[in-house]
Each structure stands twice: as structure tokens, then as C-alpha cells.
Design a protein around this ligand. Structure first.
Ligand SMILES: Cc1cc2nc3c(=O)[nH]c(=O)nc-3n(C[C@H](O)[C@H](O)[C@H](O)COP(=O)(O)OP(=O)(O)OC[C@H]3O[C@@H](n4cnc5c(N)ncnc54)[C@H](O)[C@@H]3O)c2cc1C
Length: 399
């Protein structure tokens, strides 16, 4: 019989086991993982660099204020301190995103693995938990693993090749918990328009996601990357959580630096300076050439039109389009390509200061399995570490 079983050796599960065992070394703690190795997803985070937290993270960074207590208790600074205490030094970039000083995610995983070993935490790999029952206050997993406290840290459904295949949800449901509707988040968008010619073009844009009837769903700013199927880049991924099942439209303000009048003025000045210049060549002064081509085609102008031939109305039409280039969203690239899951275990069913279930005493839940999500930038891992530490501590303290 174990004191504590942690299911899922991802970001939150590993720190949950570490914090429980650090607090009470005499406890029998086991970390159970479906894959042959622990922490596989950590290696893929931050493009292999692991953006492990963001110094600006607070309750407003998330979809729910229920995270407040945990984030105050385990602030980004405390998380950086936790990693320092296990041998990992970090550094922040100009946008407060924190990375390991070594600039590689391997260091983050190594420090966690060495700490698990140092504390003598048992790790069972290649062990997928498919059932859980509670009898006389004891949890029984896969009909054989028994424990007094159970911490579910199985992650969501995003990026199943990294182990998070959604198998935690039925476990929670079998313990009478509600799972809110699930959608892929931080994921690329597919669009109706043919954007193949724009593949590889990157712009800094303001992104606005609206329903087809014009109701605003989400806003963001930053990098947009065109792909052969649609739109990617951090600013697009950040609004993707709001696509859900809506038919929607994604508007890009390709030149946030200039007003519509400013763009008109730019083209008029170019025309005055050199009226024989082709429009596509003039536009390359403000947007990548491929995008200029795309806009000219979209406004149904001749591809080799010269500035001298442009009517004022056509110039204002181009300016309007640069400020609100519109794409019809047909969907997302789905859970296989998503970085996170939107939705999850209903947070109202948990005491959000200990992460213990209000329905089933002795059950705790961490990380992405809960209905908590946030934009790119280190916020999701911040939640994973913070919730893992709080759940691990709370479970150990209760024994
Ligand atoms: C490509 C990619 C890049 C990302 N980059 C960043 C980033 O730079 N910064 C950031 O903040 N966030 C990033 N994220 C998001 C972040 O990785 C997750 O939010 C975070 O890992 C969630 O932690 P978790 O512990 O809840 O779940 P996970 O890390 O997903 O871990 C869950 C673990 O549970 C195991 N498991 C699942 N079901 C079972 C079961 N039934 N039995 C046993 N074990 C099971 C899985 O194999 C897995 O090891 C990224 C995500 C992806 C996919």
C-alpha cells in the first residue's frame, strides 16, 4: 500500500511527487507513467528550450480566477527558486519569459529526474492507469495498486504523441467528477482561402477573431506565420482557444504601426516620387513581397499595375485590406498539433487552495487535466509546476 500515488510523470506530476516526498521523506510515494520514460513532453517545450515560466504570470493570465491562491503561493519567482534549489539556474528574456540558463529543455528534465532519484521516489514506467476505484477510503488503480492519496497529473489531450492521450478524463469521471467540453488550444488555424502562395511569410500583426455575425471572440498581437493550410505563429495560436465549434473569421491588421490614412499617404508619396513604379514593388516597402502580390490579387487588380494607373478609391481599398485582411476559419489543426487542451476537470469541484477534490476526499488533480489554460509564453508550465507543488504538499500534509 502506497501513501501517495501520482499518475502521470509530466511536468506537474514530477513536481507533485518531489514536493510530497521532500515535505515528508518517510512517505511511500510512487510516480506512475504510461510511457517508457518520464517527462517526454518537457523536451519538446519552447522549441526544445523549455520556456518554463513567465515572470508576469498572475491570475489574469488564465481563463479562470480560481488559480489565484495557487499562483500566489507558488509565484513565478518561487518556481524559479524551486528550480534553483534542485540545481537549475534560469534567465528571463525581454518579455519576461524564463528559460534555463543552459538554453536546453534537457537540463530541466535532468534536474527533475536527479531530484526524483535523490529523494528515493519510486518510478513505475510503462504503466498506464486505466481504472480507479475507491473502497473504504482507499484508491485502487488497475485493480492492483493501492494508495491512501491519489494525485491525477495525466495532462490533457493535446499532443498525444507525448503521452497525454486524454486517458485521465475517464478516470476522473469514474470518480464522479465533471469534465467541461474539450477543445484544442494553442494550435494553428485552417482557412477557406487559398494561402499557399504565402507559405513561410511572417508578419507582426494585430489578430482579431470574430464570429461570422461579427461578435468579437478574442484578440492578440504578435507574430503571424502563413502556412500552406492557413495561419500559425504565436498571435494566431493565442486566439485559437476561442474557435471551439464556431464558424469564425480571423482579421489581421498587417501594419499596426500605420493608420489607414498613413498607408494611403505612403502609397500617394510613392506615386508622386516614381509613378512608373509597379504597385507590387511599392508595397514591398511596407509588407513582404509575397503578401503584396496576394493583396493585389485579392483586390482584383492587374498584377503588373503601375502606381500611375491606380485610382484613389483603389488605394483606400488596399489600405483597408492591410488594416483588416480577413480569412474564413474552417477549423484548427486539432489535438495532434495543439500545445494545450482547453477545458478539463471542473475547477468548482476542487478546493483550489489545496487542489483536493470536494467530491472524493484524498483525490487531487494538477496541471492541464484541470480546466485551466493560458496563452503562449511560459504560463501553462507555470500552472503545471505551481499546481503540482501545491497538490503534492497538500496530500503529504494530510497524512
Ligand atoms: C510542443 C509543445 C510545446 C510546449 N511549450 C511550452 C512552453 O514552452 N511553455 C509552457 O508554459 N508550456 C508549453 N507547452 C504546454 C505544457 O507543456 C503543458 O501545459 C504541460 O506540460 C502540462 O503539464 P501536465 O503535467 O499537466 O501534463 P503533461 O506534461 O502532458 O504530462 C502528463 C503525463 O501523464 C502521462 N499519462 C497520461 N495518461 C496516463 C495514464 N492513464 N497513466 C499513466 N500515465 C499517464 C503522460 O504520458 C505524460 O507523461 C507546450 C506543449 C507542447 C505540446
Amino acid at each position: 500500500m502506497y501513501d501517495i500515488v501520482v499518475v502521470g510523470a509530466g511536468a506537474s506530476g514530477m513536481v507533485a511527487a518531489i514536493s510530497a516526498k521532500s515535505l515528508k521523506p518517510s512517505l511511500k510515494v510512487v510516480l506512475v507513467e504510461a510511457l517508457p520514460r518520464v517527462g517526454k513532453k518537457i523536451l519538446a517545450t519552447g522549441n526544445g528550450r523549455c520556456n518554463l515560466t513567465n515572470l508576469t504570470a498572475n491570475a489574469q493570465s488564465y481563463n479562470t480566477s480560481a488559480v489565484s491562491f495557487v499562483l500566489k503561493e507558488q509565484s513565478p519567482k518561487r518556481i524559479v527558486g524551486f528550480f534553483s534549489s534542485i540545481g537549475l539556474e534560469c534567465t528571463a528574456d525581454s518579455e519576461s519569459r524564463v528559460y534555463p540558463m543552459s538554453n536546453t529543455a534537457t537540463s530541466v528534465l535532468d534536474c527533475l529526474r536527479f531530484e526524483l532519484e535523490r529523494l528515493g521516489i519510486e518510478v513505475l514506467t510503462d504503466t498506464k492507469i486505466t481504472s480507479v476505484k475507491k473502497t473504504n477510503g482507499i484508491f485502487i488503480l488497475n485493480s492492483s495498486i493501492r494508495c491512501k492519496r491519489l494525485i491525477l497529473s495525466t495532462g490533457g489531450k493535446a499532443s498525444p504523441s507525448q503521452g497525454s492521450d486524454g486517458s485521465g478524463y475517464p478516470l476522473l469521471q469514474s470518480l464522479e467528477h465533471t469534465v467541461t467540453p474539450l477543445y484544442p488550444g494553442l494550435v494553428q488555424l485552417t482557412v477557406k482561402e487559398n494561402v499557399k502562395t504565402l507559405k513561410g511569410v511572417r508578419v507582426k500583426a494585430d489578430v482579431s477573431l470574430k464570429t461570422t455575425s461579427g461578435k468579437s471572440l478574442d484578440l492578440s498581437s504578435g507574430e503571424v506565420l502563413f502556412t500552406d493550410y492557413g495561419l500559425s505563429g504565436i498571435a494566431v495560436m493565442d486566439v485559437s482557444r476561442s474557435v471551439e465549434n464556431h464558424g469564425c473569421v480571423c482579421n489581421l491588421n498587417i501594419i499596426p504601426e500605420l493608420s489607414e490614412d498613413g498607408i494611403v499617404d505612403f502609397i500617394m508619396r510613392s506615386k508622386k516620387r516614381n509613378s512608373t513604379l509597379l504597385l507590387e514593388d511599392a508595397l514591398s516597402g511596407i509588407v513582404p513581397k509575397k503578401l503584396g502580390h496576394f493583396l493585389i490579387k485579392k483586390t482584383e487588380l492587374r498584377s503588373n499595375i503601375a502606381l500611375a494607373e491606380l485610382k484613389f478609391q483603389q488605394i483606400t481599398r488596399l489600405a483597408e485590406m492591410l488594416k483588416a485582411l480577413s480569412f474564413t476559419v474552417t477549423g484548427t489543426k486539432g489535438f495532434d498539433n495543439a500545445q494545450i487542451t482547453v477545458g478539463g476537470a471542473d475547477v468548482d469541484e476542487f478546493d483550489m487552495s489545496t487542489l483536493e477534490s470536494k467530491i472524493n476526499k484524498g483525490l487531487y488533480c494538477t496541471g492541464e487535466l484541470l480546466d485551466v489554460d493560458s496563452p503562449c509564453g511560459g504560463f501553462n508550465l507555470q500552472w503545471a509546476w505551481a499546481s503540482g507543488i501545491v497538490a503534492g504538499k497538500s496530500a503529504a500534509q494530510s497524512l
